[in-house]
Design a protein around this ligand. Structure first.
Ligand SMILES: Nc1nc2c(ncn2[C@@H]2O[C@H](COP(=O)(O)OP(=O)(O)OP(=O)(O)O)[C@@H](O)[C@H]2O)c(=O)[nH]1
Length: 205
């Protein structure tokens, strides 16, 4: 059975956990804690093949045993790099992450590299306070040869599922050329996911 490892990266509070939880559980849960990094696991069937999906959700705050961005990039087969369309600084951070992925994955075949990094502008429902235009997102995606999505974890369940499904599909075709390096610590089974989310320390919206 294939293992697919995806890292959801981006600045603080851009909605990484919200996107992952939306994809895995269909729910949008407004409050998350970010005091630990974790890997969510799910078994999927794609094109008749069984896959083990691992989704890495980093910890934005300093936490014990925290992996570095470089570790996370080496670990993953595919990347969903998220920014918040209502927060320009998160776009700058996303740009830096995309560039670092490119730098560290220089050896990866171009065809794979193009399909294994998605740039995602989240919180599209906040377009009345938008700080990053859709065109800027599209331009960065074109410059860095990534695929671009603008969506809302809060309001666009179908789009979130489509985006992750496409990435899983691409990663399943991308082969396993990447050398496995350090694995980010901590893992959670799907059965524990909802409890963990509800049990997390509350954060202001
Ligand atoms: N309006 C709106 N709020 C969202 C959306 N996605 C996430 N949020 C909110 O943004 C805040 C941060 O979401 P998280 O999912 O914790 O973001 P994160 O990137 O995992 O956060 P850190 O782990 O702290 O970096 C929460 O209050 C969410 O409810 C969205 O699509 N629209």
């Amino acid at each position: 059975m294939n293992d697919i490892k995806l890292a959801v990266l981006g600045g603080e509070g851009v909605g990484k956990s919200a996107l992952i939880v939306r994809f895995l559980t269909r729910r949008f849960i407004g409050e998350y804690a970010s005091s630990s990094e974790c890997i969510y696991r799910k078994r999927l069937s794609i094109d008749g093949r069984q896959l083990n999906l691992e989704l890495y959700d980093p910890c934005s705050q300093a936490c014990e045993g925290k992996s570095t961005l470089t570790d996370q990039i080496h670990w993953a087969d595919g990347f969903v790099v998220v920014y918040d369309i209502s927060d320009r600084s998160s776009f700058i951070k996303a740009k830096a992450i995309v560039h670092l992925i490119r730098e560290l994955n220089l050896g990866v075949a171009k065809r794979d590299a193009d399909t294994l990094v998605f740039l995602v502008g989240n919180k599209q429902d906040l377009c009345h306070v938008r700080e990053v235009s859709r065109e800027e997102g599209q331009r960065l995606a074109a410059e860095s040869q990534t695929q671009f999505y603008e969506l809302s974890a809060a309001e666009h369940y179908q789009e979130v599922v489509l985006m992750f499904s496409k990435m899983v599909h691409n990663a399943s075709l991308g082969g396993k050329a990447k050398e496995r390096r350090r694995r980010p610590s901590g893992s959670k089974s799907m059965a524990k996911l909802i409890n963990n989310v509800f049990g997390k320390r509350r954060k202001s919206v």
